[in-house]
Design a protein around this ligand. Structure first.
Ligand SMILES: Nc1nc2c(ncn2[C@@H]2O[C@H](COP(=O)(O)OP(=O)(O)OP(=O)(O)O)[C@@H](O)[C@H]2O)c(=O)[nH]1
Length: 472
């Protein structure tokens, strides 16, 4: 062989090696960039949640001051010779509210709460035995050290009660809303995979699309590899076959044989079956508790709601509105910032007495990095268990939060133990992939999905309907 030929071969080999190494390096830096963007998004979400928490804390402080002032005024009114009826004995703001509501038959008269009820004693006993003094301290600070009164809001007259949508309608809504949501990742994948000759860069795009949709690094790689070796995708196949291959792989990843029934729906469920809703701020816990009550009512079950979100003033009212629509009573505190464990205790006691099928307890949103608030959740569970076993703890995750949801899920799982996930706001997210990563990392099934703010926009999670929704 001539020298020139050898030199040419060597040069070609060197160029090829440089191109391959360059490609690998570029691929690594691209993945690094995606992960960095992901981390930045997580940090931003944490910051936003912390700011929201601070605003809420300030609001609660103001409300507590107002409540104390009202209480002082009530004490003064008690000493007056004309203040003799129940409404007049209540704080002025509460008295006005009680009078109005009693007039409409909406609420019972305020409960006297000067001496501790047996349930309060139960809660106090728990407070003393709770290992984390910090957690209890926080909840007592929220209660403002004042007596706690919990009341049951009765259901309205029968003719006002709505009829919730059935399972079929809910699944149709789920499919329609998911297929309408902007840029569903299934469609993007399908577009790439139906190209004639798939290049290396197309496969990178497949993996990127999955990463961007929050499928998670491990699952994205796994799915891309599976598609690469599927003859229906790599051969000269038709789009229908590609779609079927993609559908099959996605359904398998989501887990078609997982038991996703709510524990309350299982034959061995306790009666009442207790469900506690947990999650960070604003994920949709109260809304989901209300929608869930509707879902059970639709199945012919008797339900009670417990408003243990005493931190956000409007949460109990919100729950009451949901309850009233479907004829479900709500157990709530008659004052803001009461001890949530006290409400949970009363709710479980009342649910037991009323022998309802299901009790749903709503809790306040809390950041997973606040140890004392996470301890408070443990206390809510333990106090409830003095009356009834807890069948289900549902972690409500906002699908738009992306991978930060994973960090939340892990901490909540450790603090209170979770039996299922509700993924809300899927209607506003192109990132349904979190369904795959949350199940893969936690081993806890997604049981329900929220696809809108409407009363029946909560559907049982069904892998096939979910995948069809993102592929259609
Ligand atoms: N688009 C959409 N919005 C939802 C969904 N679920 C809840 N929301 C909305 O999310 C907002 C917050 O919902 P809430 O139920 O108040 O949230 P929360 O978790 O109880 O809030 P905190 O008690 O403050 O932690 C409300 O505006 C709800 O209407 C959903 O599935 N889709």
């Amino acid at each position: 062989m001539e020298n020139n030929t050898i030199i040419a071969i060597v040069v070609v080999v060197i160029i090829a090696a440089v191109l391959i190494i360059g490609g690998i390096l570029m691929d690594k830096s691209r993945k690094r960039a995606i992960r960095r963007a992901d981390e930045a998004a997580k940090a931003k979400a944490d910051e936003r949640l912390a700011a929201e928490r601070a605003v809420k804390a300030a609001e609660a402080k103001t409300k507590q001051a107002e409540a104390e002032e009202a209480e002082a005024q009530a004490q003064a009114a008690k000493q007056s010779p004309v203040a003799t009826n129940t409404a007049a004995q209540a704080p002025p703001t509460q008295a006005a509210e009680t009078a109005t509501k009693a007039g409409t038959g909406e609420l019972p008269p305020a409960q006297p709460s000067a001496s501790p009820t047996p349930s309060e004693e139960g809660v106090k006993e728990e407070s003393a035995s709770t290992p984390s003094a910090e957690g209890v301290g926080e909840s007592e600070a929220r209660a403002g050290g004042s007596p706690r009164a919990v009341e049951e809001v009765p259901v309205p007259a029968n003719e006002q009660i709505e009829k919730p949508a059935g399972r079929k309608t809910r699944l149709e809504t789920l499919r329609a809303k998911l297929s309408k949501s902007s840029n569903p990742f299934g469609k993007a994948l399908f577009t790439i995979l139906t190209k004639d000759n798939l290049t290396e860069s197309d496969w990178e795009d497949v993996e990127d699309t999955l990463l961007m949709a929050d499928v998670g690094a491990e699952a994205s790689e796994e799915l891309t590899e599976k598609m690469r070796t599927d003859a229906r995708v790599t051969g000269k196949s038709n789009p229908a076959e590609v779609k079927e291959a993609l559908r099959g792989e996605l359904v398998a990843m989501v887990g078609k044989d997982t038991d996703r029934r709510l524990n309350a729906d299982k034959p061995d469920a306790h009666r009442p079956s207790v469900i506690i809703m947990v999650g960070v701020n604003g994920t949709g816990k109260t809304t989901t508790a209300g929608k869930l009550a509707r879902l059970f009512v639709g199945q012919g079950k008797s339900v009670m709601l417990g408003a243990a979100d005493t931190f956000r003033a409007a949460a109990a009212d919100q729950l009451e509105t949901w309850g009233a629509k479907v004829g479900v009573p709500v157990v709530r505190s008659d004052r803001d910032s009461a001890d949530p464990a006290s409400v949970a205790f009363e709710a479980s006691q009342k649910a037991k007495e009323a022998d309802v099928d299901v009790l749903i307890i709503d809790t306040a949103g809390r950041l997973q990095n606040k140890a004392n608030l996470m301890d408070e959740l443990g206390k809510i569970r333990r106090v409830t268990e003095k009356n009834l076993p807890v069948d289900e703890v549902l972690l409500v995750l906002d699908a738009t939060t992306g991978q930060n949801g994973m960090a939340q899920a892990k901490v909540f799982a450790e603090a209170i133990g979770i039996t299922g996930v509700v993924l809300t706001k899927l209607d506003g997210s192109a990132k349904g992939g979190i369904v795959i990563s949350v199940q893969k990392e936690l081993g806890v099934p997604v049981k329900l999905v929220g696809v809108g703010e409407g009363p029946d926009d909560l559907a049982p999670f069904e892998p096939a309907a979910f995948v069809d929704g993102i592929l259609e």
